[in-house]
Every structure is written in structure tokens, then in C-alpha cells.
Design a protein around this ligand. Structure first.
Ligand code: NAD
Ligand code: UDP
Length: 364
């Protein structure tokens, strides 16, 4: 297949591109570089040993989308492009609606116009909000708590309506839990700008000496050691989940919904100590107040993905830490600062990019 990845130069998109190429598919990347670097494209080529097309464009721009579909015979789309910082979404709900909802609407409209009706959509465990119980099954009611999560929920509904109106659509909605780690080659990884929002990139930067210590957001939760529990999924496992989902919807028309996680949870301190063991240094931390909006435990029930997609995560926390440490230590500045708006590679000055990192709020 020829697969179009919107948001293809981003963290999850770049790893998904490598897995698609390894499986023999052709890949077209579309990204406006609002939160990623064009250098990810060469990293994808290097790791996969294959050519990949990259178009710098915006999913909100119908002409740009038409150009992509006219130039490339796309069979399926994996739609990852989005703004994803929960804190920023509270401050800028319109921007989140515009990119995440209007952008998705425009994309499916242009897909339909070009006869492309196979779509995998990146949703999030954040649509569950604070669930009554864990592990969380797909039957658990959605209760999104932030503008970001609400945009994802709205797109899920939009996709269901689309299929009701035209049953030719084959749609997979994937609700990701916490995507972490990096490619085992050390060539691809997450490249947070400014202060990382998320636990693992933050720990990695403390280990590398770029930050003084980790703030652990609360130790009074009803968990093993009082710190929050999350389901951390290696980004390569997550990337492979997209291939399994594509395969599934090609066999089973309709709208599919799957959690992608490991089914196992780790506390903040467990993650910290696992990382210490891998990098062989002490990671200073202090306990601080809870972060607003955090839940005690978020863990996926992954039985549906296992049974229907034949997919399970194979990487454990140690492998996550090893691969992240390899990426962090070999790329202390990520892909470099070419994604600054003033750089010669010329990334658009979308203010979301800088401000996404300005607040230390939960993301995704
Ligand atoms: P990311 O920011 O690295 O990737 C998103 C990409 O979309 C970026 O490269 C960005 O430049 C691009 N983009 C943003 N607006 C665009 C637009 N208007 N047009 C074209 N491209 C645009 O984030 P990620 O972690 O790779 O997340 C990918 C997807 O997965 C997102 O939809 C996110 O909401 C979802 N998700 C991520 C996580 C996680 O843990 N990282 C968890 C749940 C869901
Ligand atoms: N966390 C923390 N310090 C940080 C970042 C995160 O203690 O600097 C905790 C957070 O409270 C949560 C877990 O780590 O319990 C995972 O947070 P992250 O932001 O990575 O993911 P999310 O909240 O979106 O699940």
C-alpha cells in the first residue's frame, strides 16, 4: 500500500513511517512542521534504507491536500497530525478546534473527493477522563476533561457519522496510552522543545544533566508507592499497532475502536528507578504538589487489540529506558534546533509550537 501519514515527521509518525517501510509499504509524509523537524525525514530514510516522500503542508489547507492526493496514489491515511498539549488546549481552545477538528474534517472531505476511504485515526486515552475503574476497556464511557481530549472525542464521533453516511469507509480509531521510548537505532526519538511536559523525556534530561531534578507530582495517590501509575507503551510497539489496525480494517469494514497500551502500569518512582539502572546514575527528585487534572491510575485493558488485531506490546520498561537513553545520549539536542522559526530550514512560526512547551502540563 501507499500510506499517507499526516503528522508524519512527528514523534509517533516518524516511528510509524519506519515500520510501514520495513513492512514493504510506500510512505508519504505530510506535516507543517509546527512541532517537528524536517530532519526526521532523513532519519527515517537512514533507518529504513528506503525512500520516503515528504510534503510540507497543512491538513487545514484543502489545496495542499488535493495536491498530495493528485500526485500520490494513496491507498490509506494514518492521521496523526494534531496539537497535543493539554495545558495549551485550555488556553487556546480555538487553535485546538481548528487544527484537530477542522483539520480532520478537511482531511476526510478531501480523502472522499479522491476516493480514499481507509483511515487510521490517532485518538487518546485522555478521552476516558477519570475512569471509574481500571484497567480501562473500550466500553468505558468517554468523559474528556480538557479541550484537547474533547477535540479527539469530537473527531471520533465525526468519523462514526461519516461511516453511517457512507459505509465504504473503513476506519480505525486507536486510543493510545502513554507513548514513550525511542527507536532502538538511536536515530529517531521524541524531540521536546523547552521544558518537557512528560515524565520520561524529563527524566532523560535530568539524567543527561540538562535539568537539575525531577519534580514528582504527588505521592499521596492510592497506588503502590503513592505516585501516579500509567501504562507506558514503547513507541515502536505503538507504531506496529498502526500496521495491525490497517490490516484489520482492510479485512473488516466499519469503524473499529482499540486501546493501544501494554496492560501494565508503572508508578513514577518505578520509572525513575528503572531509568537510573539503565543510565547508571542517580536521578535527583523531590516530591511536589499534584498536577491539576492528573488521575491516580490510567492503565489499558488491551484484550480487544490482542484478540482482534493480533497485536501486543513486546517491549518492557527496561527496553523503553534503554532506547530512550541511547537517543538522549546520542542526540542531546534532539534533531538540532532546525525547527526554530528563524532557522534556515524554515519552519512555520505557528505559535503553538513554542507555547506548547511553555507550560508543564500533561499532554496527549
Ligand atoms: P507530535 O507533535 O510529535 O506529532 C504531531 C505532528 O503533527 C507534528 O509533527 C506537527 O508538526 C504536525 N502538525 C500539527 N498541526 C498540523 C497541521 N495543521 N498540519 C500538518 N501537520 C501538523 O505528536 P505525537 O506524540 O507524535 O502525536 C501524534 C498523534 O498522536 C497526535 O494526534 C496526538 O494527539 C496523538 N497522541 C499522542 C500521544 C503521546 O503519548 N505522544 C498519546 C495519545 C495520542
Ligand atoms: N509526572 C511527574 N513529573 C513530571 C511529569 C510527569 O511526576 O515532570 C507524572 C504525572 O503526574 C503522571 C506521570 O508522571 O503521574 C505521567 O505523566 P505524563 O505527563 O508523562 O503523562 P500523562 O499525564 O499524560 O499520562
Amino acid at each position: 500500500m501507499r500510506v499517507l501519514l499526516t503528522g508524519g515527521t512527528g514523534y509517533i509518525g516518524s516511528h510509524t513511517a519506519v515500520e510501514l517501510l520495513a513492512a514493504g509499504h510506500d510512505v508519504v509524509l505530510l506535516d507543517n512542521l509546527a512541532n517537528s523537524s524536517a530532519r526526521a525525514v532523513s532519519a527515517i530514510r537512514k533507518v529504513s534504507g528506503r525512500e520516503v516522500s515528504f510534503i510540507r503542508g497543512d491538513i487545514r489547507d484543502g489545496n495542499s491536500l488535493d495536491g498530495v492526493f493528485q500526485t500520490h496514489a494513496v491507498d490509506a491515511v494514518i492521521h496523526l497530525a494534531a496539537l497535543k498539549a493539554v495545558g495549551e488546549s485550555v488556553a487556546k481552545p480555538d487553535a485546538y478546534n481548528d487544527t484537530n477538528v477542522t483539520g480532520s474534517r478537511r482531511l476526510v472531505e478531501r480523502m472522499a473527493a479522491h476516493g480514499v476511504t481507509t483511515l487510521v485515526f490517532s485518538s487518546t486515552a485522555a478521552v476516558y477522563g477519570d475512569p471509574a475503574s481500571t484497567p480501562i476497556t473500550e466500553a468505558c464511557p468517554a468523559s474528556p476533561q480538557s479541550p484537547y481530549a474533547r477535540t479527539k472525542r469530537e473527531v471520533e464521533e465525526l468519523l462514526r457519522d461519516l461511516h453511517r453516511a457512507d459505509p465504504r469507509w473503513r476506519i480505525s480509531i486507536l486510543r493510545y496510552f502513554n507513548a514513550v521510548g525511542a527507536h532502538p537505532s538511536g536515530q529517531l526519538g521524541e524531540d521536546p522543545r523547552g521544558v518537557p511536559d512528560n515524565l520520561l523525556p524529563y527524566i532523560a534530561q535530568v539524567a543527561a544533566g540538562r535539568r537539575e531534578r525531577l519534580d514528582v507530582f504527588g505521592d499521596g495517590y492510592p497506588t503502590r508507592d503513592g505516585t501516579g501509575v500509567r501504562d507506558y507503551l514503547h513507541v515502536v510497539d505503538l507504531a506496529r499497532g498502526h500496521l495491525a489496525a490497517l490490516d484489520y480494517i482492510r479485512r473488516s469494514p466499519g469503524v473499529a475502536l482499540h486501546n493501544l497500551g501494554t496492560g501494565r502500569g508503572h508508578t513514577v518512582l518505578e520509572v525513575l528507578h528503572a531509568f537510573e539502572a539503565v543510565c547508571e546514575r542517580t536521578i535527583p527528585y523531590r516530591i511536589t504538589a499534584r498536577r491539576p487534572g492528573d488521575v491516580a491510575v490510567s492503565c489499558a485493558d488491551v484484550s480487544r487489540a490482542r484478540e482482534e488485531l493480533g497485536w501486543t506490546a513486546t517491549h518492557d520498561l527496561q527496553k523503553i529506558c534503554e532506547d530512550l537513553w541511547l537517543w538522549q545520549s546520542s542526540h542531546p539536542d534532539g534533531y538540532g534546533d532546525d525547527h526554530s522559526p528563524t532557522s534556515t530550514l524554515g519552519v512555520s512560526g505557528n505559535d503553538s509550537a513554542s507555547s506548547q512547551r511553555a507550560k508543564r502540563m500533561p499532554s496527549s
